[in-house]
Design a protein around this ligand. Structure first.
Ligand SMILES: Cc1cc2nc3c(=O)[nH]c(=O)nc-3n(C[C@H](O)[C@H](O)[C@H](O)COP(=O)(O)OP(=O)(O)OC[C@H]3O[C@@H](n4cnc5c(N)ncnc54)[C@H](O)[C@@H]3O)c2cc1C
Ligand code: FES
Ligand code: FES
Length: 1374
């Protein structure tokens, strides 16, 4: 088709031209879908599909032919419609560089700083950093030093803000980003494979992969510039996509396309709203607003700024920050700057780059979206211009919001933001120098830098004057939003009350009382009380400095008036005084201490993770990256929304088969001889599909198979299951109900943990006791970045090949064979790499692969499935929730003499691996010497999805319970909790009593020395003292510090392996363990190189580069087992060592005979000779660990320090210091990554990840909008980790120990530190309240979210504080 006609779409991807007929693609096709299915570029990953995670971020460049200027920014490919990228150039991570043309320094530095583990998030992160580098080049100012960019360290970190990584804990990613910043201190860059500690800055610089911004890749190819310049027509007008360029064209387009009754049309700007609504509705026509010039302009005049509705949030930020031509007043500019700064906290940069201001307002108007923009603009009295049926209307934002929902034909044209707000009070700065406008905005959200919707947002605008001894408010406008009403609203009652008032504590107190009446969430809003308490807090934060500071109205007052928290002294000065031991921090900085060892070279070297560069460039192949075979079909699960019901029928809305559907597979499709089985462990099985009875919400009922994944997902969402519950008992939802009905799973004897000592005797020795105290712990979702996926391809002779993203392909294999009723040698399961597992890709991967295999076998076509995030979250099960009741006896010095626990574990409806949980829990709980320990643990069978192993399964709960008990004892005795912990640490004798099988030798018991070492290295004592001072001086911020030890037994398991040496000397290794991102392949490579180097000939020193570990193939290497419990790397290494030793043994005689003729003999010649002489150069083995030594203990400890904000309940982790004993680490960089990543995942469990379900148990925290995993702005600001090499451990694999799971348990220290800070807040609250008994022991829920913390600090703390001030002043007056 001819270029330039208006129904052809032209764009470039990584410099390659793409031309597509507009009508050949449905207008709802996303750029992500196009890239992944129509181009070879697979680096653009699908993880959430809702703009929330950053895995799909690409660079979008546009060209302005008039100014000859290229502009680039990141966008989310999952939300960008491909039709909207006409004449754009898209750059993906492969486009930055790759294995063929050479990697980009970004890729190399991500690899070298160990910033990629599973790699699923890495390409998106690389592109985000690249965009920051490209845009930094545009900045004014001097050139950066050679090798650096103009980017600052702070900007470098922020470039990945809002992006998710579930593996690394972010610190290494931040380091990779910072390494490009011109102001970086090389000392601050963490562990990497470029340089060794102690080298000079110059030496370090020279070893970094070189970067020259001027040589960077071209983001907009010349051919596209020429085409664009020559193009006759820039807009697309296909059958279903219309992009008008002028208002007239837009009106015409609406007339023609929107009026018909048979077609559905929509207006679209950035289409980011789809990330929230995820509507799978079908529209026939899309009208693109982005190119309409009237909607894309920004105008400034003396009245303010008029922003076109299609202007993106990022463009608006730039405009608002521009020094104001036309905007006359100083106040106006500051107001705009503050609005801009608030807008920068909305979503992520990539969403802001395409989401429009108008789109946001319409979402709020039409669908009550909890918008930030509306609240802020409402406060400053903005107006909007709206066109409906060719009629223009100017409306105040209030009027706009209170209209009935806009219809699809109404177009929001622009928004006018007045420069001084809409204040009626007028004054002149010259004649009234003591009068000022004040403006401030607020938002309370679980992530400070955005990418989390607020619990409440607010903006305040006031005219105030200083009078003799205080401040008078002439006028005030206050808006609150996102707190659970249809729209944002003004707090008119309080505004009226405050206008004209002289501000003092009494007035403020009354205003605060009134605000509670003005800001009332609608019934059913979650955390309603918390949200209204935030309104009080923000009002207080805005006004109180004026009450306090009285007459000090200066020019700087405007900007500083809300620095409430530092009102006594200069904030920085004061903070640095308290933080003298802590370096000034960015979002994150850290120190890593490792010790390399050379004895088993290259074992012990922190070498780069195998495959890290191709992960960064996006060339690494995950299951969904395998191209679909011809004829491939796609599946989506239809799941139950009832906890217990008979399934009568499955049908679709309107009883029509949805578009593209070819089949609906149920248990009736299991072939004769097969079984309805979806997963299997030694403890039991789970059905693939519910038969006539569904036993939990989220249970698979059917698989709908369609021609595309989108059609399959849409069909599944349109499915209706007809249920019947007659004569069925009520479902068991709670553990209490399970007890009532005696609904339990059996715990096999071999998994039952043993009691220690005699509880009654222990209690008799106690001087005090706490009886029957209850704790509840919730579930946690895995949030692997790659959701569950599989591809099944039927093969000849009734065979099937299944690619599965699984931690246990061997078991997937068995389940498929049983389900299909075919022999196991007809099945082959292949797993190359897994985009994060954390236990969730063990049993839970089986039904996904099995359902694909069943459908493929039935339909005789390949079938693949990639679960969308919502379905994955609903079906995954996750960590085991539980209820614990404890009774503990102790002496007055804190020594515990007896502990009894009653534990009810909610296991869900099928056995899964739940029976391991009791043993795991007790295994770590025994980290303290309890004197006597007894327990009664029940595995409750309930009508919930089956809970499965998640990183530290049972162990994280056990470790936490131990800390909760210790804290309670310390509280009861009014003792320092740290001393009670220490008092109860094991002696080696008690350790042997509690851990008969795994205590090991005395020298191996390193916990006491770790405890002391950490005390010193973290300055524990001094910081406790500093915090006491801080807590004494500060009213609204409190700090807490906590040191927590861990002890975790792990067990080595059997593992197969095979090592083959090819004729060119390169080596191929197969192991049972799966590469999940944990660095298993890297350690295996190091072990292979080490073990083969014992042949001792030339060229063995760099064997590590010759080793390739290949994908797991269940027919090539059988008995692979399950990759879990932290020890698979060790077993895989050990079996490889044995295989290598066999090969060395075979090669030695040849080597000796050759050495007579050839000196020096090199590796290559030796292997060539071995091949030509027919020596077998492939060895395989099955390693079975010696049962006497297969179980051992891991040790570590952490000190965490947090600061809570009493006004908002926000917790910031100021510092975390960890020491973790890795025995002798095989690769300290890999182990460091495991420690940091696990710790941050633990922070998620303890602090932010709320696993919410409805009354039927259906997961409602089912998206990135509702489930808050940590991001870079929520990790410890100072993160110090020492990988301790504790020495020689005879029975371990080259003295190494596990690192994958135990460090997660250390995150309990953050929770304990939060409790310590809350305790301080409660003391203060108690002092204010006098009468209220508030200083009793309190239960701090897990996770300790903002509402939870705020509630414990007092929802009415502001009122109480003001009351206490008032009563003191009254007393003083008497
Ligand atoms: C991950 C994520 C996080 C977010 N977080 C926040 C947040 O914290 N705070 C916040 O305030 N917002 C947040 N948002 C919302 C974001 O600001 C909006 O999605 C965005 O501004 C919408 O603009 P758009 O151009 O993409 O609109 P679109 O998605 O194109 O349109 C949205 C709706 O408005 C209609 N529409 C668009 N423009 C017009 C117009 N000019 N006239 C008439 N109808 C129109 C469309 O038909 C559609 O119904 C978030 C969004 C995402 C994806
Ligand atoms: S997949 Fe696009 S942001 Fe998550
Ligand atoms: S490496 Fe970031 S999600 Fe796995």
């Amino acid at each position: 088709m001819e270029i330039g006609t208006n129904d052809v779409l032209v764009f470039a991807v990584n410099g390659k031209r793409y031309e597509v007929s507009s009508d050949s693609l449905h207008p709802s096709t996303t750029l992500l879908h196009f890239l992944r299915s129509h181009t070879p570029f697979k680096s653009v990953k699908l993880s959430c599909g809702e703009g929330g995670c950053g895995a799909c971020v690409v660079l979008q460049s546009t060209y302005d032919p008039v100014h000859k200027q290229v502009t680039s920014c990141t966008v989310n490919a999952c939300l960008t419609l491909v039709h909207s990228v006409n004449y754009c150039s898209i750059t993906t991570s492969e486009g930055l560089g790759n294995s063929k043309i050479g990697f980009h320094p970004i890729h190399e530095r991500f690899a070298g700083f160990h910033a990629s583990q599973c790699g699923f998030c890495t390409p998106g992160m690389c592109v985000a950093l690249f965009s920051a580098l490209v845009n930094a080049q545009e900045k004014q100012g001097p050139d950066p030093p050679t090798g650096f960019s103009k980017l600052t360290v702070a900007e470098a970190e922020k470039s990945i803000a809002g992006h998710f990584c579930r593996c690394t804990g972010y610190r290494p990613i931040a380091d990779a980003c910072k390494s490009f910043a011109s102001d970086v201190d090389m000392e601050d860059l963490g562990i990497n494979s470029f340089w060794k500690k102690g080298e000079s800055d110059e030496a370090k610089m020279s070893k970094l992969p070189s970067y020259n911004p001027k040589d960077d890749i071209c983001t907009y190819p010349d051919f596209l510039k020429s085409e664009l310049e020559a193009a006759m027509c820039l807009n697309i007008n296909g059958k279903s996509w219309h992009s008008p360029l002028t208002l007239k064209e837009l009106e015409r387009s609406i007339e023609t396309n929107m009026v018909t009754a048979t077609t559905k049309s929509r207006l679209v700007a950035g289409d980011t709203g789809m990330g929230f609504y995820k509507a799978l509705d079908h529209y026939d026509n899309y009208i693109d607003l982005k190119k309409v010039s009237e909607l894309s302009s920004i105008k400034r005049d003396h009245t303010g700024i008029v922003i076109g509705a299609a202007v993106t949030i990022s463009q608006a930020v730039l405009a608002l920050n521009e020094e104001g031509e036309g905007v006359s007043s100083f106040e106006g500019e500051l107001i705009y700057k503050k609005i801009a700064s608030h807008l920068k906290k909305i979503a992520t940069e990539s969403v802001r780059n395409s989401g429009s201001i108008g789109g946001n307002l319409v979402m709020a108007q039409r669908s009550s979206f909890p918008s930030d923009i509306v609240t802020i603009l409402l406060c400053v009295g903005s107006k909007v211009n709206l066109i409906t049926d060719l009629r223009h209307e100017n409306l105040t934002l209030d009027e706009f919001l209170s209209r009935p929902s806009l219809d699809q034909r109404s177009v929001l044209m622009n928004i006018h933001i007045p420069c001084r707000g809409s204040l009626k009070y007028s004054f002149s700065r010259e004649t009234q120098p003591d009068t000022r406008i004040l403006f401030e905005t607020y938002r309370a959200a679980s992530r400070p830098l955005g990418n989390a919707l607020p619990y409440l947002n607010a903006a305040f605008l006031a005219v105030v004057s200083s009078v003799d001894n205080g401040v008078v408010i002439s006028e005030i406008q206050m808006a609150f939003g996102a707190f659970g009403t249809k729209h944002a609203q003004r707090a008119r009652m309080v505004e009226k009350y405050l206008a004209g008032k002289f501000l003092n504590s009494d007035i403020l107190y009354k205003a605060v009382k009134l605000i509670r009446e003005d800001v009332v969430p609608e019934q059913g809003t979650s955390d309603a009380l918390y949200r209204s308490s935030l309104a009080v807090s923000y009002l207080f934060e805005f006004l109180y400095p004026m009450v306090k500071n009285g007459t000090a109205v200066t020019n700087s007052w405007l900007t500083e008036n809300t620095e409430l928290l530092s009102r006594n002294r200069n904030k920085q000065e004061k903070d640095s005084e308290y933080d003298s031991m802590r370096k000034p921090t960015l979002l994150s900085s850290g120190k890593q201490v490792i010790q390399s060892r050379t004895e088993y070279y290259p074992i012990g070297e922190p070498i780069t993770k195998s495959g890290a560069s191709i992960q960064a460039s996006g060339e690494a192949v995950y299951v969904d990256d395998i191209p679909s075979p011809t004829n491939c079909l796609y599946g989506a699960f239809i799941y139950s929304t009832q906890p217990l019901a008979r399934v009568k029928n499955i049908r679709f809305i309107s009883n029509l088969l949805p578009e593209g559907v070819s089949s609906v597979i149920t248990c009736n499709d299991i072939p004769p001889g097969g079984q309805n089985i979806g997963s299997k462990s030694v403890l039991g099985t789970e059905l693939l599909f519910a038969d006539d009875l569904t036993e939990c919400t989220g249970q698979r009922v059917a698989l709908v198979v369609a021609d595309t994944q989108k059609h399959a997902d849409r069909a599944a969402s349109l499915a209706i299951i007809d249920y019947e519950t007659e004569n069925l008992e009520s479902p068991i939802i709670t553990v209490e109900e399970a007890v009532e009905k005696s609904s339990f799973f059996e715990i096999p004897t071999f998994l039952r943990p043993a009691q220690v000592g005699n509880f009654s005797k222990g209690m008799a020795e106690a001087e005090d006791s706490i009886l029957s105290t209850e704790i509840r712990l919730p579930s946690q979702y895995y949030f692997y970045m790659e959701s569950q996926t599989a591809l099944a391809i039927p093969d000849e002779d009734n065979c099937i090949v299944v690619h599965s993203s699984s931690q246990c392909p061997e078991f997937v294999h068995k389940v498929i064979a049983v389900c299909l009723g075919i022999p196991e040698n007809n099945v082959r399961v292949i797993t190359r790499r897994v985009g994060g597992g954390f236990g969730g890709k063990a049993l839970k991967s089986m039904p996904v692969a099995t359902a694909c295999a069943l459908a493929a076998q039935k339909l005789c076509r390949p079938v693949r499935m990639y679960l969308n995030r919502k379905t994955d979250m609903i079906m995954a099960g996750g960590r085991h929730p539980m209820k614990i009741t404890y009774s503990v006896g102790f002496k007055s010095d804190g020594k515990i003499t007896a502990l009894h626990l009653d534990i009810l574990i909610n296991a869900g409806f099928s056995p899964d691996v739940s029976a391991i949980i009791p043993g795991n829990m007790i295994g770590v709980l025994k980290k303290y010497d309890w004197g006597a320990l007894s327990f009664d643990i029940k595995l409750c069978k309930t009508n919930h999805s089956s809970k499965s192993a998640m990183r530290g399964p049972g162990e994280v709960q056990g470790s936490y319970i131990a800390e909760a008990v210790i804290e309670h004892v310390a509280f009861t005795l009014s003792l320092e909790v740290d001393s009670v912990r220490y008092r109860n640490l094991h002696t080696f004798d008690s350790l042997k009593l509690f851990y008969e099988q795994s205590a090991g030798e005395l020298v191996e018991y390193t916990l006491p020395s770790i405890w002391d070492r950490l005390g010193m290295s973290s300055n524990f004592k001094q910081r406790i003292e500093m915090n006491e001072l801080f807590n004494r001086d500060e009213i609204w911020r409190k700090r807490g510090l906590s040191r927590v030890p861990i002890m975790m037994p792990v067990t080595m398991r059997s593992s197969p392996g095979k090592v083959s040496i090819l004729s060119d000397g390169s080596i191929v290794v197969e192991v049972g363990g799966i590469e999940l991102g944990q660095g298993l392949w890297t350690k295996v490579k190091q072990m292979t190189a080490y073990a083969l180097s014992s042949i001792q000939c030339d060229g063995t020193a760099d064997l590590v580069d010759k080793v390739r570990v290949v994908q797991s193939d269940t027919l090539s290497l059988i008995q692979g087992g399950i990759t879990s419990s932290s020890t698979t790397s060790e077993s895989s290494c050990e079996v490889v060592r044995i295989c290598c030793n066999i090969l060395v043994e075979r090669l030695v005689p040849l080597k000796e005979s050759l050495q007579v003729q050839m000196t020096p003999l090199n590796w290559h010649s030796l292997i060539l000779q071995a091949h030509s002489r027919g020596l077998s150069l492939s060895a395989s083995w099955y390693f079975v660990p010696d049962s006497n030594f297969s179980r051992y203990l891991n040790y570590g400890a952490a000190v965490s320090e947090v600061e809570i904000n009493i006004l908002t309940g926000e917790t910031s982790i100021l510092q975390a210091d960890i020491i973790y004993d890795c025995g002798q680490s095989m690769n300290p960089a890999v182990d460091m990554g495991q420690i940091e990543g696990a710790f941050v995942q633990g922070i998620g469990f303890f602090m932010s990840e709320e696993y919410l379900t409805n009354a039927d148990g259906l997961v409602v925290a089912d998206s990135t909008w509702t489930y808050m995993i940590p991001t870079i702005d929520t990790i410890p600001r100072q993160f110090n980790v020492e990988v301790l090499n504790s020495g020689h451990h005879e029975e371990r694999v080259l003295s190494s120990k596990a690192s994958g799971e135990p460090p997660l348990l250390l995150a309990a220290s953050v929770h304990c530190a939060t409790r310590a800070a809350i305790k301080e807040a409660r003391k203060q609250y108690h002092a204010w309240s006098k009468l209220v008994m508030f200083d009793s022991m309190f239960d701090l829920a897990v996770p300790a979210t903002m509402p939870v913390v705020k509630q414990l600090c007092g929802m009415d703390s502001v009122e109480l504080y003001l009351q206490s001030l008032l009563s003191t002043s009254r007393k003083n007056q008497l």
